[in-house]
Design a protein around this ligand. Structure first.
Ligand code: HEC
Length: 448
């Protein structure tokens, strides 16, 4: 770029313009609180005027050969000149007359404050665009400012199985961020995105979708370019978010099928998160107990259980599955899960006195996912009495007598993810042994 005095000086305008703004604000405040003397005020008004003049000069240089919107520029320029003029009048009044405290000067000072705000605001819009402030504001302020806030897309009331990937998850993004320039009436680059057919036809550069390959699709490439690239899309407005790009990539990579149900396409965790965040739909894999049903509940068995000191709770979010805990800390008589053994999902026996035979009874709980034996006198021999429960995910043995043999046995529990062994006789060696056999199990052994 060749040296150009106008451009060089002009670019200082946005910087220098803050000098008169700052000085004027300070001077106005001093005028209001009435603490500054005539001399000080005169100097301050002089500096206001002088720096305003300099700002006008740099501003004028900046507009040379620029393409700012003429309307705003007109008002910004004249408001700026008015600011300088009023500052000059206040300076002269204060420095050379005794009338500087006259009530009428408050009209000038008030006008100055207003004009300064409006002129400054227009200036901000000129450099940053009209939406600069509201763009970053919370939704309700955008509404107040009459700024069009896109409605949040909420698909939570649609059955997640009937959500069509393109129609419900992809097109809304294109509609929000691309269609204003890519529609039937005005198809920039000859690309109309409003129908699947027209989108597949592509634009001036040919097809924009390579089914099965996002990186080869112009539609995706354009939104992932550097924002400085002239080919970056959208050319104006809010770029796609990270999750929106992830969704577009996912749909393209999985075949760019316009009819495919989202649930039939494989999803990465980012895609699941993106859909959750943007559309309030949860596609994360549901645990089996939310999809399956337990055997029909035997109410008389439940009643009998409750009578012998147990608390039986129906688990919400699942069908016919129960949580069983103790009301006190004594198990009255022998425990017999009998008819409800396949209904028990959680068994909480913590802080209680357990009989030896209880442990082998636990083996019948085929659907048990969580077992709490913390603060009981359970030892490794007791744990060995519990068969490898197929669905057990977590067992709490905190504050028991177990040692490494218990861990060795627990390595056979296929679904186990977490074991609590704090304050037991378990050794670091035993934990390491379990980790080498079953790296998927987390051992919570307190502060290590
Ligand atoms: C403010 C207007 C505007 C918006 C919004 C916009 N585009 Fe464009 N788009 C253009 C213009 C102008 C062209 C033609 C010039 C070019 O190819 O860069 C174009 C061209 C394209 C092309 C190339 C078409 C071809 O075959 O030549 C693709 C692909 C594209 N846009 C994708 C998008 C996507 C995706 C979005 C939304 C994220 C989007 N555009 C939003 C103005 C826009």
């Amino acid at each position: 770029m060749e040296f150009d005095f106008s451009i060089f000086v002009g670019r200082f305008h946005p910087l220098f313009v803050h000098l008169p703004i700052g000085i004027i604000i300070v001077t106005l405040v001093l005028e209001v609180i009435g603490k500054a003397g005539k001399n000080t005020l005169a100097w301050l008004w002089f500096f206001s005027f002088a720096t305003a003049l300099f700002s006008i000069f740099t501003g004028w240089q900046l507009t040379q050969g620029s393409s700012y919107p003429q309307d705003s520029l007109f008002w910004h320029k004249w408001l700026g000149i008015t600011v300088a003029a009023i500052s000059a009048v206040l300076w002269l009044l204060t420095a050379f007359t005794e009338n500087y405290k006259h009530n009428a000067t408050w009209i000038l000072k008030g006008a100055l404050a207003i004009i300064l705000s409006i002129g400054g605001h227009i200036g901000g819009q000129l450099t940053h665009g009209n939406d600069y402030l509201v763009e970053a504001a919370p939704g309700f302020i955008k509404n107040l400012a009459g700024y069009d806030v896109p409605k949040p897309l909420d698909l939570s009331n649609i059955q997640s199985d009937s959500i069509v990937a393109y129609q419900h998850l992809i097109y809304p993004v294109l509609e929000q961020k691309c269609v204003q320039c890519h529609n039937q009436k005005s198809a920039s680059g000859n690309l109309d995105m409003t129908t699947p057919q027209s989108l597949m036809e592509g634009g001036d550069g040919g097809e924009v979708i390579a089914a099965g390959d996002a990186s080869d699709s112009e539609l995706f490439r354009r939104v992932t370019l550097s924002q400085n690239n002239i080919k970056f899309m959208p050319t104006k407005g809010v770029p796609m978010t990270y999750y929106e790009m992830e969704l577009l990539k996912w749909w393209l990579n999985s075949g760019a099928d316009f009819e495919a149900k989202a649930s039939t396409l494989e999803m990465s965790t980012d895609v699941i998160k993106g859909i959750q965040k943007k559309y309030n739909v949860d596609f994360s894999p549901r645990p089996w107990y939310e999809k399956e049903q337990g055997p029909k509940l035997d109410t008389s068995a439940i009643e009998a259980f409750a009578k012998s000191g147990f608390k039986v709770t129906d688990l919400s979010g699942s069908d016919n599955f129960l949580e069983i805990g103790l009301v006190g800390n004594e198990v009255n008589g022998s425990v017999d899960f009998g008819n409800i053994s396949e209904n028990v999902l959680i068994l909480d026996l913590k802080n209680s006195n357990l009989e030896d035979e209880t442990y082998s009874k636990i083996s019948s709980l085929k659907n048990l996912i969580r077992l709490q034996l913390n603060n009981t006198d359970t030892d490794s021999d007791d744990v060995l009495k519990i068969d490898a429960l197929p669905r057990l995910e977590s067992i709490n043995l905190y504050g028991t007598q177990i040692d490494d043999r218990a861990l060795e046995h627990l390595a056979n529990f296929p679904s186990l993810k977490r074991v609590y062994t704090w304050q037991t006789n378990v050794t670091p060696g035993g934990i390491a042994q379990l980790a080498s056999k079953r790296p998927d199990i987390i051992v919570e052994n307190g502060i290590n």
